[in-house]
Design a protein around this ligand. Structure first.
Ligand code: 2M8
Length: 432
């Protein structure tokens, strides 16, 4: 992670990802909090310098010094500031967003500082004061522009927003899109992995790029996108992370003594989010399902996103029991063929499962972190500890890879992935 560090922020990976990514940076700050609070705060401050006037935190803040021809789509292709009055002129950003881990990272900075010497506590408190209004604006954007129905669930406009880009969760929605002429584009990403099957396919990329062109046609205007965009999905994983982040924001609000109305607003979001996730429960699959607004149907695919209610927390005992059964079953971490008892991103029993292809099956350390942390919050300390140990064993054997082949443990994607190292730091800190 230190090797991937630039002046005030950290690249997700040495060459595959030369810019700053939103949820990567939040995980990075969370890990860095254990080593260097100042560096962790600067990581997030740099990211938030790209926040849009609407409150949106963009999924990429572009690095003007990135070597040319290393990542596509670049800032020129997004053209965000020219198209939207909400986008900042500087730094240049993408037009999408990603799951809101940020408040959770800010709270971790506070947790690692609050029992230390006065100066460190004062600096952390000052950082919380600065961050609170930005986080509130970000969550307000998600609760309104991304949920005009006030349903409690966040609508995403592109698989990149989910962070689980080529998950089979998106196959049916992507399949229904009529792709017209996609402007020519390069696959620079394929230069950085040992074989193309580890990255999304060309068909998937055509759809990713086509959706990006449509968002540009709509000038990144939320109402216009809601009217015309072919990909509108209520993402349960994103929504659950928002609930957990709102819990963190509520604690931050208490530290900075935010007004009561704001604290009530945040508590209302938590309640609404949990209730709506419960409504997306599938009793047969014993998982929570995304909802495709265009097709007007739930997305019946078994992926780790189905554990969303565990991440959102506040579960009834029966629901928790159901989720743990699914987690321990051969559909996920209980599959006897697995190299480590860790849930793969997609259930090996799904037709769309692929053990080497990115979010279609490989095991992702950040997801293990999310589930471990959620198990702890649910009071499942034994299970959480088993997951933490297996997750660390995986890294001891395979290094800080982006993702792992779940049956062989082979490291895949980019080696030296920053957020993998970041969650390792948080896992280790929890071991005392
Ligand atoms: C991956 O996504 C980017 C596009 O945003 C890509 O494939 O080029 C995903 O794994 C995403 O979750 C992650 O934030 C990003 C950087 O690590 O890479």
């Amino acid at each position: 992670m230190a090797r991937n560090g630039l002046k005030t922020w950290t690249k997700p990976a040495p060459s595959l990802y030369p810019h700053q990514w939103s949820w990567d940076s939040a995980f990075i700050a969370l890990g860095l909090a254990h080593l260097d609070n100042r560096r962790a705060t600067r990581e997030l401050e740099t990211l938030f310098s790209g926040q849009w006037a609407s409150g949106k935190v963009p999924h990429i803040v572009f690095n003007p010094d990135a070597p040319p021809k290393t990542y596509f789509p670049d800032a020129e292709r997004w053209n965000a500031a020219a198209l939207s009055p909400d986008a900042p002129d500087e730094p240049r950003t993408s037009g999408l967003c990603q799951p809101p881990i940020h408040a959770i990272a800010v709270r971790r900075i506070w947790e690692t500082a609050r029992d230390r010497e006065d100066r460190r506590v004062d600096l952390a408190r000052a950082f919380l004061r600065d961050s609170y209004p930005r986080l509130l604006a970000w969550h307000l954007y998600l609760a309104t522009a991304r949920d005009p129905e006030a349903s409690g669930l966040v609508t995403i406009y592109h698989p990149w927003e989910s962070g689980t880009d080529n998950s089979p969760r998106w196959d049916s929605a992507l399949g229904a899109i009529e792709v017209r002429e996609v402007p020519l584009y390069p696959r620079y990403d394929l230069q950085h992995v040992s074989d193309p099957s580890q990255r999304p396919s060309d068909e998937e990329y055509d759809r990713f790029v086509w959706l990006l062109e449509l968002l540009k046609e709509a000038r990144y205007e939320e109402a216009e996108i809601y009217e015309s965009h072919p990909f509108l999905v209520k993402d349960v994983l994103f929504s659950a992370i928002l609930v957990a982040a709102n819990e963190a924001l509520s604690e931050i609000a208490a530290v900075v003594e935010a007004p009561d109305e704001e604290r009530e607003l945040i508590d209302g979001w938590i309640e609404r989010g949990r209730k709506s996730l419960d409504e997306r429960w599938d009793p047969d699959l014993k998982l929570c399902l995304d909802y495709d607004l265009r097709a007007e149907e739930p997305v019946r695919v078994r992926t780790v996103a189905g554990f969303a209610p565990l991440i959102a927390g506040g579960l009834e005992p029966e629901r928790l029991k159901n989720l743990l059964e699914t987690l321990d079953s051969p559909e996920f971490a209980g599959n006897q063929e697995l190299h480590w008892p860790l849930p793969p991103s997609t259930s090996p029993q799904e037709a769309g499962f692929h053990p080497r292809s990115y979010w279609r099956g490989p095991a992702w350390p950040v997801i293990h972190w999310l589930l471990w942390w959620s198990l702890l919050r649910a009071g499942e300390s034994g299970r959480a500890e088993r997951m933490r140990r297996a997750a660390l064993d995986q890294l001891v054997e395979g290094g800080f890879a982006e993702y792992f082949e779940p049956f062989t443990g082979e490291p895949l994607g980019s080696p030296d992935q920053s957020w993998t190292a970041a969650v390792a730091l948080d896992f280790l800190a929890a071991g005392g």
